[in-house]
Design a protein around this ligand. Structure first.
Ligand SMILES: CC(C)(COP(=O)(O)OP(=O)(O)OC[C@H]1O[C@@H](n2cnc3c(N)ncnc32)[C@H](O)[C@@H]1O)[C@@H](O)C(=O)NCCC(=O)NCCS
Ligand SMILES: Nc1ncnc2c1ncn2[C@@H]1O[C@H](COP(=O)(O)OP(=O)(O)OP(=O)(O)O)[C@@H](O)[C@H]1O
Length: 208
């Protein structure tokens, strides 16, 4: 099959429920491209990115583990970039073009495999120009306080850490303004599932 897949972006602020929406979309046969995990992988495998991170943050943010795998001190980087907008911008400029080019390869792969819908899940999508190429964008929303509570329940970050990250992201209203479809995730998992099904059907119908 030579037709390219339908390219759908899924984004939303921290704790909005994008990963949960993508898990549901995967059940409908969509292929999911997780930009965040590609970024994480590139940060320990891509020589240009590794060099760039060393230059921005110092050699000590990397350590070679006993098993020969490079380890990046993500908490240390997070502490610095979410307290310094210009440093975050430098990190973004280093990572986002590389993620974009991996996505282009994923589109080619999906075309070869005859995949119908390829979903790009990204915490930062419009901000990075990562929406280029996509046929439509789904924005997942929930009230700010609910997002904070869900992120807190997940563990591993303090309320202050979470708020700093949310403040580094575009306001939810701006995402909604640019969305083709909005999934409000202020209710239960079941409600999220049925709204996601509804939006999926709309996307496929609108693409015909
Ligand atoms: C700063 C880093 C090292 C912190 O790593 P950590 O493991 O703690 O977080 P993780 O990457 O899992 O992201 C968790 C959440 O943080 C928020 N977040 C991550 N990157 C960004 C960013 N560049 N701007 C605003 N918020 C961000 C998102 O809500 C995301 O879902 C990491 O997030 C990073 O390298 N970010 C820059 C690359 C990037 O933009 N990745 C995301 C999209 S490709
Ligand atoms: N409707 C819901 N009701 C209760 N908990 C939910 C609901 N939707 C998502 N969650 C929980 O909230 C947390 C955040 O959801 P998820 O990981 O899908 O969001 P995300 O937008 O991908 O977050 P992040 O950007 O922080 O990675 C998860 O622990 C998830 O299980």
């Amino acid at each position: 099959m030579n037709n390219r897949p339908l390219l759908v972006g899924v984004t939303g602020g921290l704790g909005s429920g994008k990963s949960t929406v993508c898990r549901i979309l995967a059940e409908y046969g969509c292929e999911i491209f997780e930009a965040d995990s590609v970024a994480r992988q590139l940060q320990v495998t891509d020589p240009v990115i590794i060099e760039g991170i060393r230059r921005l943050f110092g050699n000590e943010v990397y350590q070679m583990r006993a098993d020969g795998v490079l380890w990046l001190d993500r908490p240390a980087i997070a502490r610095r970039v979410f307290a310094d907008a210009s440093l975050l911008q430098k990190l973004n400029r280093l990572i986002h073009p590389a993620v974009y080019s991996v996505f282009q390869s994923a589109v080619d792969d999906a075309r070869r495999k005859g995949i119908n819908v390829l979903v790009k899940e990204a915490a930062i999508l419009f901000e990075s120009g990562g929406d280029t190429l996509l046929d439509c964008i789904v924005v997942v929303t929930a009230d700010r306080e609910l997002r904070i509570q869900r992120a807190l329940q997940r563990g591993g970050a303090s309320r202050e850490d979470i708020i700093r990250r949310i403040n580094a992201q575009w306001p939810q209203e701006e995402l909604v303004r640019r969305a083709d479809y909005v999934i409000d995730n202020s209710g239960t998992f079941d409600q999220l599932k049925s709204r996601t099904r509804q939006v999926y059907e709309l996307i496929v119908r609108d693409a015909l």
